[in-house]
Design a protein around this ligand. Structure first.
Ligand SMILES: *[C@@H]1O[C@H](CO)[C@@H](O)[C@H](O)[C@H]1NC(C)=O
Ligand SMILES: *[C@@H]1O[C@H](CO)[C@@H](O)[C@H](O)[C@H]1NC(C)=O
Ligand SMILES: *[C@@H]1O[C@H](CO)[C@@H](O)[C@H](O)[C@H]1NC(C)=O
Ligand SMILES: *[C@@H]1O[C@H](CO)[C@@H](O)[C@H](O)[C@H]1NC(C)=O
Length: 459
């Protein structure tokens, strides 16, 4: 492979490189661009016309088409005139408080290294003025603004280290050409050839995303979506061919099998080390991707729960993509803003256990629950999710050596430790002497994993 690449680059200019073929076996050979694994933390944004009603969870929108639930019927009957259509929501998608620079500063303050915005959700409304979505895009109806382009520019000019990525739904609930192809059992590709594919090429050429996060693939096979043809172009010839990463939702049966990283199912968090790079896409609002006006504070996950998800995810080789749903007028609600700022303050102290880290020999401790490990350049980090009784932590999966040093991030001095029957006992300082809260990180140099043969005797 590398020999071919060298030859192609020697003759570049007269040879059109075709390193990747439109087959999964070829596409799967592409190495993962390094920025993605190093980044660990991303922000997901679900924003669109569904942010206008901002009621009910995503099932509410799933049921818009046909099987209308009682809750939906009652809500519409009570609050909207008869025969109100989904399209009628769009004029109220106004975005008058949308300040993309402010968003960029907030994402930066959260410690996130990438952002993924819904360029188009299942409703088909595009947040950019797409040529292929006439009359159903953010320039033509609603805010009369290129919402997507303005976020891309704000991030690139104010927080250029943050990678800009885009979510894109392949299918559209209401598009007549999609419904026609579906009625033809996907033997015709009218929708793909006239809408999805032209739109995806336009999106990548215009906005150069470093993530193409595909969704809405599940009703048809990958060949219907022309997924591999698009991906071969993306990896060989697109303006982002060297930096772009893609997820795995490219057709029925593809998730968890092909893609730069696997998302498998929403909220995927397997709790054990995975052989392929993966991502946990999860939500701050436990019940919805889009903003819900009627969500009480208890429907949002706590900062402790968020840090638990983060620790578990990165220990097992994943990235975490944390979803927020902005409001129809362009705000990120204070409760979500607070969670993101809390996360950023924690990462400000403990980031060296997260960014650029790798999974260790053990993912979580064998003795004390709620302790998750990462490693970086020979140093092992233990993310401790609850402060131990009596300020004493015992780790069953770590063994000291003559060169061991242990400290706590956010605390200046080395910690005392000794080997006890059950494992390694570490004396923590009083909690009041430690910067930071919610979860703590032990930094351990010169430690090993215990010899598993000894384990039955040392327990
Ligand atoms: C709503 O639609 C029905 C069926 O299309 C029609 O008969 C009725 O007149 C419409 N009502 C209003 C208020 O437009
Ligand atoms: C981004 O975050 C870093 C670290 O918190 C901070 O030093 C920097 O000023 C922030 N940049 C912007 C543009 O907010
Ligand atoms: C999709 O694939 C079909 C069959 O290979 C091909 O004829 C068509 O041109 C492709 N469309 C696009 C937009 O790539
Ligand atoms: C470690 O994680 C696994 C998988 O999530 C879990 O089954 C196990 O109980 C955890 N171990 C401890 C000691 O909590």
């Amino acid at each position: 492979m590398s020999y071919v690449v060298v030859l192609l680059s020697l003759f570049s200019g007269c040879i059109v490189s075709a390193e990747y073929q439109p087959t999964w076996s070829s596409l799967d050979l592409r190495p993962l661009p390094s920025w993605y694994d190093e980044a660990k933390v991303g922000i997901f944004l679900h924003w669109g016309v569904f942010s206008v009603p901002s009621f009910g969870s995503e099932w509410f929108w799933d049921h818009w088409q046909g099987a209308k639930t009682k809750e939906y019927v009652d809500f519409m009957k009570k609050n909207y005139r008869p025969n109100f259509t989904y399209q009628d929501f769009a004029p109220d998608f106004t975005g008058e408080f949308y300040d993309p620079e402010e968003w960029a500063r907030l994402f930066n303050a959260s410690g996130a290294q990438y952002v993924v915005l819904t360029s188009k959700h299942h409703e088909g409304y595009t947040l950019w003025p797409s040529k292929y979505s006439w009359g159903w895009n953010a320039m033509d109806v609603g805010p009369n603004r290129d919402l997507l382009g303005d976020l891309a520019s704000a991030i690139r000019s104010h927080t250029p280290h943050i990678h800009f990525g885009l979510y894109h739904s392949l299918y559209e609930w209401f598009h007549p050409l999609y419904l026609m192809d579906k009625a033809n059992k996907f033997h015709t590709q009218t929708f793909v050839n006239s809408k999805t594919m032209p739109e995806l090429y336009e999106l990548v050429n215009s906005y150069k995303p470093d993530v193409v996060w595909s969704d809405g693939d599940w009703e048809a096979e990958d060949w219907y979506w022309n997924s591999t043809v698009f991906l071969a172009w993306l990896f060989n010839d697109s303006p982002v061919k060297d930096t772009v990463v893609v997820n795995d939702r490219w057709g029925r049966g593809i998730p968890c099998h092909h893609g730069s990283f696997y998302t498998c199912t929403d909220h995927y968090n397997p709790g054990v080390l995975q052989p392929h790079k993966w991502e946990n896409c999860m939500t701050l609002d436990k019940h919805s991707w889009g903003y819900r006006r009627n969500a009480p504070a208890t429907d949002y996950i706590s900062i402790h729960d968020l840090l638990t998800e983060l620790a578990m995810t990165i220990s097992c080789g994943g990235n975490i993509l944390i979803n927020t749903g902005p409001t129809r007028d362009g705000r990120i609600a204070p409760i979500m803003e607070e969670r993101l700022r809390q996360l950023g303050s924690w990462l400000g102290i403990n980031g060296e256990a997260v960014y650029k880290s790798q999974p260790w020999t053990h993912q979580n401790d064998s003795l004390t629950s709620g302790v998750w490990f990462t490693q970086q350049e020979g140093t092992v980090y233990a993310i401790v999710l609850s402060w131990p009784r009596g300020d004493v932590l015992v780790l069953g999966s770590v063994q000291a050596t003559p060169t061991t040093h242990i400290s706590l991030l956010g605390h200046p001095s080395d910690l005392q430790f000794k080997t006890v029957k059950k494992g390694l006992q570490v004396a923590l300082p009083p909690m009041s002497e430690v910067d930071g809260q919610w979860a703590w990180v032990l930094k351990m140099q010169g430690v090993e994993s215990p010899n598993t043969i000894d384990t039955p005797f040392s327990m």
